[in-house]
Design a protein around this ligand. Structure first.
Ligand SMILES: Nc1ncnc2c1ncn2[C@@H]1O[C@H](COP(=O)(O)OP(=O)(O)OP(=O)(O)O)[C@@H](O)[C@H]1O
Length: 971
């Protein structure tokens, strides 16, 4: 008697009366009631009502019999045999103990399939690989010498692999008689590659086995006294089954029996097979998780190389910093002279002659005021004197200390205060001046000396009362306009340059402050450490007489150049007498503006020598002039070719300035310095700007300011973080706990794409943030604070980390778990990595546009349009395979495509879509939908990641190049 029939005999038996189809009298058939039987259904059959629904390959009322034929045959039609005999024959193309294992494609096609293909008309094939797609069966011989010693015979194992429900069920047979069966639910399935060997592994945390008593192993008769029944029934798991591809051997491992079989049990001559549709095989992701895909190896290699380069750069930079901090330094203690000859300036676009050959000089330690009405050309002249880059054509010559020097040397000697204040709004006055000091004073200068100097300059300019107040801007009010003007002067005064050029330093100041500022500048000049050249509109008379020299400019021409004291007398001689009680400075402006007065001044014929002198830069008075009433000693400076002599006459100090004639460029012994556009190839050669501080110091100081800006102007940071949290919650709520059905699949893909869209468009904020710093950078670069590299690094760090990386991590973490995306840890981290790479790439793109395009409006329009197009070709809105041929290239420029494809493949490809539409059940791999619906490359995860990294590298390089080459001051 077979164990099964004995089991049936002991089970509760009910009797039903059925009519025979042939019309013979009804017979009584005992009916097995699985619901009331203690054994229920064997071989993991399911008890539905009172009858058992058996797993494929088993039959009988309690599923205790073997069913032969093939799994394609209706279960009720499969012939059954008792365990212990085995199937005499299977249907063609099938084999195994219970005929479940397909052998050939023809076998799978011999009967109509029991389910429909997602693609419609498709023939099933027999998949013989251990990688299972729908429902596979396996039959193996088991080698277990330990058991064979006690229970000799041939052991075999049959396994039903169900990846859809992630369950396995198995039976152990001894001499074709089933000994026990097991069930393993909640399994995870993975195909991995290690050292070139691909293996499919089932990991099941739970193992439930039932011994069929009385079989040989479970205390059957005849047999040894021992019974494995209690051990087998008490197994809990875990259980794992590992099958290498291309081999007929597998291993299985039972945690509870690790003491007996530490290395698991060997299964040989395994025959596995399942009937599947080819689309199911092709579309299922070859979830071969190579231990190290080539892409990852390449990335790691590049990363390693970058880290190495970074370490080398850092150590070189550190060494430079040390060297510089130990280099003895000297501060400027001597003013320099600046002479300019026949300086002209013509605009390129319309040929307008802004300056028409102006000459003059500012001997060391004097204050030269450049006066004239609005539009006369004062700013243009001082820009040229300061060595600023100009758009138009500059002609003439400039001499520094009487010597021909390169333009960059002039720039180094000159401190320049622009007409407009460009200041960091979030810093306090003290911090702004300290910033300038830290970057422009020698690295070796002790920090306490730097602070002393900052305090000194702040006090000198009357800024002590507001030194700890923020500078502010239009949106956040800070110090007054006049105070800003003085801060701008302080930034330049901190270095005490040999020459200080100021464009309208008193504009916006009340008369008292203006007097105070000019007085300080005059004191500075008197101390012989700085020569001051400044433009001024309409000085009060007391201020006017503080200047040593005055140059009056009218319509691009010099109307007067000489000592301030003799200006009135000079015009007097031309019949232009300053009216009584009239400010002489105002009168000079009147002359410069009034056509009639101007004509009289120019038309004067009485003193040709004076006219010649005016055009050539000779002093406009015949015999020496008072150069400085504040000077305390005689000084004589002879330089070639200029000669400046200071002599004393009854307590007054006089000077004679002798210069080369106009147009003597290149003449023998000429001291002419060619300006750009004049020639003199040598002088035009690019000279490297030498910075007083090291790269690391520059980076540290700039980063400190960026940090202050970020913390103090919280709006952008708070907005980004708040928006990322709110949107994370919103997306999470909208797509909450998405199931893996058809609608769920759409929602899943939609949520991923929507996240990318949000991050992409939030990147446009990079434009506004950069526009503010851009102007500041141009000014600071032009004034020799620092080169572009530390600025670029600091800008990127302070934009990308707090505004792009952290918010995208916030949003990703919140939305991921609310939506219920894949719980696999690796998938989660890959998801975050994609979000970060994508957001950084889009932000970098916006920064490149912000750097390249000056107008914010144009830049934001360009960014928005490009972003929209990238979205359109991102793979969600249009199938990549259906894009018109002429436009297919656009998709390869879309960061959305790479980001979305990577996200989708990472998330959806390994999951299955299970749904039921109007009674038609289908079970489609997510990968199939990705392939057919979106046209995605399923193996392209790392390819997409590498392209995203490529975008990042490209944009960072482009940003650096544009900042270096384009963001230069041009006036
Ligand atoms: N790059 C330029 N493009 C167009 N016009 C220019 C340019 N540079 C100078 N100009 C013109 O040259 C003239 C002189 O300009 P500049 O700024 O030097 O005058 P200014 O004397 O400093 O005037 P203000 O006192 O009002 O600042 C102006 O008419 C100005 O429009």
């Amino acid at each position: 008697q077979s164990p099964t029939s004995r089991a049936v005999a002991t089970a509760t038996v009910t009797t039903t009366v059925t009519a025979s189809p042939t019309g013979t009298p009804p017979t009584c058939i005992p009916q097995y009631d699985c619901s009331s039987s203690p054994k229920g259904c064997l071989n993991n059959g399911v008890c539905e009502g009172k009858t058992c629904k058996c797993k494929p390959g088993f039959g009988g009322t309690d599923c205790g019999l073997l069913s032969c034929g093939s799994p394609l045959t209706d279960p009720s039609q499969r012939p059954t045999v008792a365990s212990g005999t085995g199937c005499a024959a299977c249907d063609d193309g099938f084999g195994g103990l219970n005929c479940n294992v397909c052998k050939t494609d023809a076998g799978c096609q011999s009967k109509p399939p029991s389910r429909t293909s997602f693609l419609g008309a498709e023939n099933m094939v027999c998949n013989k690989k251990p990688e299972v797609y729908f429902n596979a069966f396996m039959s193996c011989a088991v080698r277990t010498p330990e058991l064979e010693g006690f229970f000799p015979g041939n052991y075999s194992l049959t396994v039903d692999l169900d990846p859809v429900n992630k369950t396995m069920s198995a039976q152990l047979w001894l001499n074709k008689a089933e000994q026990f069966f097991c069930k393993m639910p909640e399994c995870t399935l993975a195909t991995t590659e290690t050292d070139g060997v691909i293996k499919t592994k089932w990991d099941c945390p739970v193992l439930q086995c039932t011994c069929l008593e009385p079989t040989l192993l479970c205390g059957g008769i005849p047999g040894p006294v021992i019974s494995l029944g209690p051990t087998i029934n008490g197994l809990k798991g875990p259980f794992s089954l590992t099958c290498p591809h291309g081999s007929t051997d597998c291993d299985f491992f039972i945690g509870d029996l690790a003491g007996f079989f530490p290395t698991g049990l060997k299964m040989t001559e395994c025959d596995v097979g399942e009937c599947v549709f080819p689309s199911e095989i092709q579309s299922s992701v070859t979830s071969v998780q190579k231990s190290m895909p080539p892409g990852v190896i390449a990335c790691l290699a590049i990363l390693g190389a970058l880290v190495l380069i970074l370490i080398v750069i850092c150590s070189v930079a550190k060494r430079n910093q040390l060297v510089l901090s130990r280099t003895p330094y000297t501060l400027n203690t001597e003013a320099a002279s600046l002479e300019f000859r026949n300086v002209g300036y013509t605009l390129n676009k319309d040929g307008l002659e802004v300056l028409k050959g102006i000459s003059g000089a500012a001997p060391a330690g004097v204050v030269l005021a450049v006066m004239g009405p609005s539009g006369a050309g004062k700013s243009t002249l001082v820009d040229i004197l300061a060595g600023k880059r100009k758009d138009g054509k500059v002609t003439g010559h400039i001499l520094l200390n009487g010597k021909q020097v390169h333009e960059s040397e002039i720039r180094r000697a000159v401190g320049f205060v622009d007409q407009e204040d460009t200041l960091p709004p979030t810093q306090t006055v003290y911090e702004a001046v300290l910033f300038s000091a830290m970057l422009r004073l020698p690295e070796a200068m002790p920090i306490f000396r730097v602070h002393e100097r900052v305090a000194e300059v702040i006090e000198m300019l009357g800024l002590t009362h507001c030194s700890h107040r923020r500078i502010g801007n239009v949106t956040a009010r800070g110090i007054s306009g006049g105070e800003k003007r003085r801060v701008s002067i302080a930034l330049e005064l901190i270095t005490r340059p040999p020459i200080l050029i100021l464009d309208e330093p008193t504009s916006g100041l009340d008369s008292y402050s203006a007097h105070m500022v000019v007085e300080q500048l005059c004191k500075l000049a008197a101390s012989k450490t700085t020569t001051v050249i400044m433009t001024i509109h309409q000085p009060r008379s007391d201020i006017f007489y503080m200047f040593d020299q005055t140059l009056v400019v009218s319509k691009g021409e010099a109307l007067y150049f000489g000592p301030t004291d003799t200006a009135a007398e000079y015009f007097n001689r031309r019949g232009l007498e300053c009216p009584k009680n009239y400010n002489i400075a105002d009168y000079l402006l009147d002359i410069a503006m009034d056509q009639e007065l101007l004509a009289r001044a120019k038309g004067f014929t009485g003193a040709d020598d004076e006219k010649t002198a005016l055009s050539t830069g000779h002093q406009t008075h015949a015999q020496g002039n008072i150069i400085s009433r504040r000077a305390t000693s005689n000084s004589t400076h002879h330089g070639n070719p200029s000669e400046i002599t200071h002599t004393s006459d009854n307590g007054q100090y006089e000077t004679t300035v002798r210069m080369e004639e106009s147009g003597s460029s290149g003449s023998s012994g000429s001291s002419t310095v060619s300006l750009p556009g004049v020639g003199a190839a040598d002088a035009q050669k690019k000279q490297k700007t030498v910075y007083p501080t090291s790269f690391l110091t520059q980076l540290r100081v700039i980063m400190k300011r960026n940090w202050q800006t970020l913390i103090r102007d919280k709006s952008l940071l708070v907005l980004h973080l708040a928006v990322s949290i709110v949107l994370g919650l919103f997306i999470g709520g909208l797509y909450f706990a998405v199931p893996m059905d058809l609608a769920g699949f759409q929602n899943r893909a939609g949520s991923l794409f929507f996240m990318l869209a949000l991050l992409g468009f939030s990147s446009i904020s990079a434009l506004g943030a950069f526009t503010e710093t851009r102007t500041l950078f141009i000014k600071e670069r032009s004034n020799g604070y620092y080169p572009p590299l530390p600025f670029v690094i600091s800008t990127l760090l302070f934009d990308l980390i707090p505004l792009r990386i952290i918010p995208s991590l916030f949003m990703g973490c919140i939305a991921y778990f609310m939506i219920g995306l894949s719980p696999v840890v690796e998938t989660f981290f890959k998801f975050l990595l994609i979000l970060v790479l994508f957001n950084v790439a889009t932000a970098m793109f916006c920064l490149v546009i912000a750097a390249a395009v000056r107008t914010t409006g144009v830049a934001s329009l360009a960014c928005s349009i490009v972003m929209l197009f990238m979205m359109l070709f991102g793979g969600f809105m249009i199938n990549s395979g259906k894009i018109p041929d002429a436009l297919t290239w656009i998709q390869y420029l879309s960061m959305f495509k790479y980001g979305f494809e990577a996200l989708a493949v990472n998330e959806v490809a390994t999951s299955k879509l299970i749904d039921n539409i109007q009674g038609v059940a289908f079970n489609v791999p997510g990968s199939l939908i990705l392939q057919k619906l979106f046209g995605f490359d399923l193996g392209g995860f790392w390819k997409n990641m590498i392209v995203l990294i490529g975008f990042n590298v490209l944009f960072i390089a482009a940003f650096w190049a544009i900042v270096t080459l384009r963001l230069k001051e041009r006036k």
